[in-house]
Design a protein around this ligand. Structure first.
Ligand code: ADP
Ligand code: MG
Length: 249
């Protein structure tokens, strides 16, 4: 498996340029965090990469253009009114492989993903009778089940409690490493981003302010300038970065 290359023209929305043109390479199996304050362009960038914007974004791997079906996006805002069961919702992730009868192996695979996200007991529950956090976890399972080469997640932990934030990001990280899928997730929590991502893109001031491992990308000058906070840095028991935000004096 080889590097996934992205070329993106400048992104304009309304009268403004949101981000300049970008060319980025992603190692296979990488977990990349996109972070930055409100309105810095995280969703605009992820949606453009997924082909949902007016721009043409180039994606290549192994010297070939990446097929549209190989890219999957979990959007920031979702409301599910469908009464489809949780298991069926996950199975829809591979709707092209589903015939009149769903192969048992696919059902086993979907159930394993539900189990990994703590949803095994809810497999037969209608989607519209789940909490927002439960729905978000089902949608993560559905996107993983689809086995994209590039998985884009816009604030995938926004509705999740502390346990499920850790479980979901850990599952995504393991999936990326095992399958070679490139996972790019917009995240607000800098400590979580530092803990699970190999690389962080920090957006702010209409550009990518930093791109690298958390220890470099979350340098005090970057964090202060982008978020208008004073960061305090600690190390957790595994020597990973913890960022505590304080309001400026
Ligand atoms: P983030 O996800 O980082 O919070 P967004 O990508 O949603 O930020 O938005 C980036 C900027 O683009 C914001 O200033 C937002 O108001 C603006 N924007 C987003 N979509 C549109 C649109 N369709 N028309 C005009 N402005 C937009
Ligand atoms: Mg957003």
């Amino acid at each position: 498996m080889s590097v996934l290359s992205l070329t993106c023209p400048a992104l304009h929305r309304g009268p403004n340029q949101i981000l300049p043109a970008l060319a980025l390479d992603f190692a296979p199996g990488g977990m990349i965090g996109v972070t930055g304050p409100n309105g810095s362009g995280k969703s605009t960038l992820l949606r453009a990469i997924a082909g949902l914007g007016p721009e043409t974004v180039g994606l290549r791997q192994n010297g070939q253009p990446l097929a549209r079906e190989a890219v999957s996006l979990l959007p920031q805002n979702f409301t599910i009114r469908s009464s489809l069961s949780v298991l069926d919702c996950v199975l829809l992730g591979q709707r092209k492989r589903l015939g009149l009868r769903v192969p048992p192996a696919l059902i086993t695979e979907a159930r394993a993903l539900l189990d990994g996200l703590g949803l095994a007991d809810l497999a037969d529950r209608p989607m519209n009778r789940l909490s927002g956090g439960q729905q978000q976890r089902v949608l993560i399972a559905q996107r993983l089940f689809a086995k994209p080469r590039l998985l884009l997640l816009d604030e995938p932990t926004s509705a999740l409690d502390l346990h499920h934030q850790l479980a979901a990001l850990s599952l995504l990280q393991t999936h990326a490493r095992r399958s070679g899928t490139v996972v790019i997730a917009a995240l607000h929590d800098l400590t979580l981003a530092a803990r699970f991502c190999d690389r962080l893109l920090v957006l702010g001031d209409g550009r990518i302010c930093a791109d690298g491992p958390a220890e470099d990308a979350l340098a005090p000058a970057t964090v202060e300038a982008c978020w208008n906070i004073r960061p305090e840095y600690l190390k957790d028991r595994d020597n990973r970065l913890v960022v505590i935000p304080h309001l400026p004096a």
